[in-house]
Design a protein around this ligand. Structure first.
Ligand code: ZN
Length: 367
């Protein structure tokens, strides 16, 4: 595998990192991709959905439309950075800057793979879908773009989302779907009293939370890992040491597999609650598998041959735009390591950029 730096994808990445495209702002990034793709012969259109810019660009009129999808928005560069987050810094085999990993870097590699592929395959059909709102994922982002394309009867057969999703090294994980998500707010209500009185509803509430997180929801299945429940906040707002406060709130989240639905999970949680506890649910995304076995098998074969290494298939990680994309196409995520996303001094290695370029190009050539 080539160890050299491909100047073209470093140049594209440098231009994208310069855009302060904190969700939902494009700050020129969508426009830059539009101009680039247009100059390569794509018919590109930018859609305004609320404050979000979305892009769909298509090259050629082949029977099979293969799509590369992604987002140009990033999370804010909070924390103490050693590098300017808005300027690409190349140091010791790593490219630093906000979004280099998630996902301007993988996107740059994918764009150059497309560029190099269409040079030799002019009778093909390739498309690109981009949004500027993935990090918050309102209805204005990929969801609106997918609706728009369905309304215009656009057919996309296969999609690769170049998302930061890899469990290990770049490209070595094929993410084929996602668990569902349910937020739960619990409030325990009791009598405010003196701490010495021994009548404390908070103790019981903590026991309940302990049970909720320690009793397994399931053992997973052949499609998904097991469902998990996590506490993200416990709060009484009480600064004293001698008052038992009248209420305590906890926030929880469940990432669940297709052994469950939002309804069955909500019933399960309610069945565990005593009368003094109120709850509120917020549903987000059902569990889904976005790719047929045939598509998964093809991709696994192509990537393993490219990397000369075994790759894993699964549903590790959080929600992404695949949730919307699978309404219009078969979709998988293949990209950079999730562990390097959203960190201070975010980076992608040049080695990973090379790997991803080779993988995306091999997929376009062999799918
Ligand atoms: Zn991302």
């Amino acid at each position: 595998m080539c160890k050299c730096i491909n100047n073209m994808y470093v140049d594209i990445l440098r231009s994208l990192v310069k855009c302060k495209s904190i969700t939902p702002n494009s700050d020129g990034a969508i426009e830059y991709c539009h101009d680039l793709l247009t100059s390569w012969g794509f018919i590109s259109k930018i859609y305004n959905h609320g404050p979000v810019l979305n892009l769909y660009a298509k090259y050629g009129n082949g029977n099979k439309n293969i799509c590369i999808a992604g987002h140009i928005d990033v999370v804010p560069p909070i924390g103490n950075w050693s590098y300017n987050p808005w300027e690409l810094t190349n140091s010791n085999g790593k490219l630093y800057g906000r979004g280099t990993n998630d996902m301007k870097g993988p996107l740059s590699a994918a764009l150059v793979a497309i560029h190099d592929y269409i040079k030799n395959n002019q009778h093909t059909s390739i498309s690109v879908m981009l949004t500027s709102d993935e990090e918050v994922m309102t209805d204005n982002g990929m969801k609106s773009l997918v609706k728009e394309l369905i309304a215009h009867n656009e057919k996309i057969h296969y999609c690769i989302l170049s998302e930061s999703c890899s469990k290990g090294n770049a490209g070595e994980y094929i993410k084929i779907g996602c668990k569902g998500s349910l937020n739960i707010d619990l409030t325990s209500n009791g009598e405010q009293c003196h701490v010495a009185s021994g009548n404390n509803h908070i103790n019981n509430f903590i026991l309940l939370l302990n049970n909720l997180v320690n009793i397994p929801l399931d053992n997973g299945n052949e499609r998904f890992e097991k469902s998990i429940i996590n506490i993200t906040s416990i709060d009484t707002g009480n600064d004293t040491r001698n008052i038992v406060p009248p209420s305590i709130q906890a926030k929880l989240n469940i990432r669940f597999n297709d052994n469950w639905t939002h309804d069955s999970l909500e019933q399960y949680i309610i069945s565990k609650l005593s009368n003094n506890i109120t709850c509120r649910f917020q549903r987000f995304g059902n569990p889904f598998i976005g790719a047929s076995i045939e598509y998964q098998t093809k991709l696994k074969y192509i990537i393993e041959r490219t990397l000369n290494k075994k790759v894993e298939i699964g549903t590790y990680g959080g929600n992404s735009d695949a949730l919307s994309l699978h309404d219009i196409t078969e979709v998988v995520e293949i990209g950079s390591p999730l562990a390097q996303a959203h960190i201070v001094d975010e980076y992608i290695t040049i080695d990973d950029m090379n790997k991803l370029y080779n993988i995306y190009k091999a997929i376009l050539e062999n799918l």
